[in-house]
Design a protein around this ligand. Structure first.
Ligand code: GLC
Length: 439
């Protein structure tokens, strides 16, 4: 199909400016009316192509929410006017932890550590700009603190692999990967507080997590709060304790970026190199699953891998983790999907009974994942497959608009609609723009 790239870029810019709220963007106006952590990293990359000030202030705004223990929260509630969002700042009650800022209010969990490689992307786009160097020098130590948080609080066995204790931290909220560990939660004795969701009054309930999943999310939120959102007790008590393939891949990738940047600028990278010594080896040893032909998460509670093909494992390519042979297996899977009627890349195994091509992280295509996979494939020498990943996303966006996520089955977009969730979505705009202008 003929794609008008100039038109897409113009629309993307309009969406990004439309979602700006005094220094940062919201992912989309009504559904997510605050600042989200990894969304902002991706937005900064897009802005860096045409508005450096906006790229910087996106990150500065995010860092205003950083805790003294280094954590950068998954949501920063810059304004307290949106009172009916759930779970709002008053539900999180992050003041149980003395290191949480009072202003702005934040959530008590985190999200994928993208900021290290975001800094490198900004610098690569503007290699000779002293303003970018000043910006990097200012934020570099804060991002190192963020990584320190991961290794200090989320790696209890000092393996070089970090855990998450809430699916929202993975960025892939209701992936079928989480079903088994989440279903071990004893909700009957959980004494959950009353709460009211807002997402299903804005988006179609069939495209969102279920009521049971929401109860489980709230349970884990309460558990975090009980342990001041950082205590060792989380590792001891949480049924949901996962060394996630994508969190660890992006942490490794950001470590590498910080090391390269730090060396060029004469900044201390000793600590990061120490973390990195273990991480890639541990990742390969523990998260590779040969019969699936990909990396997957590891359930620390059950001490076993989560036995599914899921999109998180593909981010290992971006991080340069697999050998050429392992990379080939991941790419074979992509090729097979491309040849059998799917847009690349469905977020879950299309042959599995849990696959649901419209429900959020259980099947649909996600723009930021395509961006990661694109660069991963380029890195491993698969430019043609990378181009398919890019073109599929551009096709979906030009046919259906800048949605949050998209239908993965080609034959279905003819009969149902192709775009799901929020509209005029920031990271969709940012990364479509980046794929057009920067590749
Ligand atoms: C959803 C996504 C998460 C994203 C957030 C804001 O919760 O699963 O990855 O950061 O929305 O866009």
């Amino acid at each position: 199909m003929k794609i008008n790239e100039l038109e897409l870029v113009a629309q993307a810019k309009e969406i990004l400016y439309g979602n700006l709220r005094g220094g940062f963007t919201v992912p989309t106006a009504r559904l997510y009316p605050f600042q989200w952590n990894w969304d902002s990293g991706f937005v900064s990359i897009g802005f860096a192509n045409f508005d450096l000030e906006a790229a910087f202030s996106e990150i500065h705004s995010l860092l205003k929410g950083q805790w003294t223990n280094g954590m950068i929260p998954h949501i920063i509630f810059h304004s307290e006017t949106e009172k009916d969002y759930f779970p709002n700042w008053d539900f999180w009650e992050t003041n149980v932890n003395p290191g949480a800022p009072n202003t702005p209010k934040t959530s008590g969990i985190t999200q994928p550590p993208v900021l290290g490689f975001v800094l490198e992307q900004l610098w690569e786009k503007h290699p000779d700009n002293p303003q970018v160097v000043d910006f990097i020098k200012a934020v570099f130590p804060k991002i190192v603190d963020f990584h320190q948080f991961w290794y200090e609080y989320r790696d209890p066995y000092r393996e070089g692999l970090v855990f998450i204790y809430h699916p929202w931290e993975s960025g892939r909220d209701n992936s079928p990967l989480w079903d088994a560990p989440m279903n071990r939660i004893d909700l009957e004795n959980a004494n959950l507080p009353y709460y009211q969701r807002r997402d299903i009054t804005i988006a179609d309930a069939s495209e969102r997590p279920t009521k049971l999943q929401y109860d489980q999310y709230v349970y884990l939120l309460q558990l975090g709060k009980k342990h001041l959102y950082e205590g060792k007790g989380i590792a001891e008590e949480s049924e949901f304790l996962i060394q996630d393939s994508m969190i660890n891949a992006l942490l490794i990738s950001s470590n590498d970026s910080l090391i390269r940047i730090g060396k060029k600028l004469n900044l201390d990278v000793g600590k990061i190199e120490e973390w990195q010594q273990q991480s890639k080896k541990a990742y390969n040893d523990k998260l590779w699953n040969d019969s699936l032909g990909t990396y997957t998460g590891y359930d620390l509670r059950q001490q076993e891998q989560l036995p599914y093909w899921e999109i998180g494992g593909t981010s290992a390519l971006f991080a340069g983790i697999p050998s050429a042979e392992k990379a080939q297996k991941i790419v074979d899977h992509l090729k097979e999907l491309n040849n059998s009627g799917y847009f690349i890349m469905p977020s879950f195994d299309v042959h599995h009974e849990y696959f649901d091509s419209r429900r959020y992280w259980r099947g649909p295509v996600w723009p930021q994942m395509n961006w990661l996979i694109y660069f991963g494939l380029q890195r491993y020498g698969y430019p043609e497959m990378a181009d398919i990943v890019k073109q599929d996303l551009l096709e979906l966006v030009s046919r259906f608009g800048f949605h949050e996520y998209f239908e993965a089955q080609k034959h279905l977009v003819e009969t149902t609609h192709g775009g799901y969730g929020g509209k005029s979505f920031s990271w969709t705009a940012s990364l479509v723009l980046d794929l057009i202008l920067a590749t």
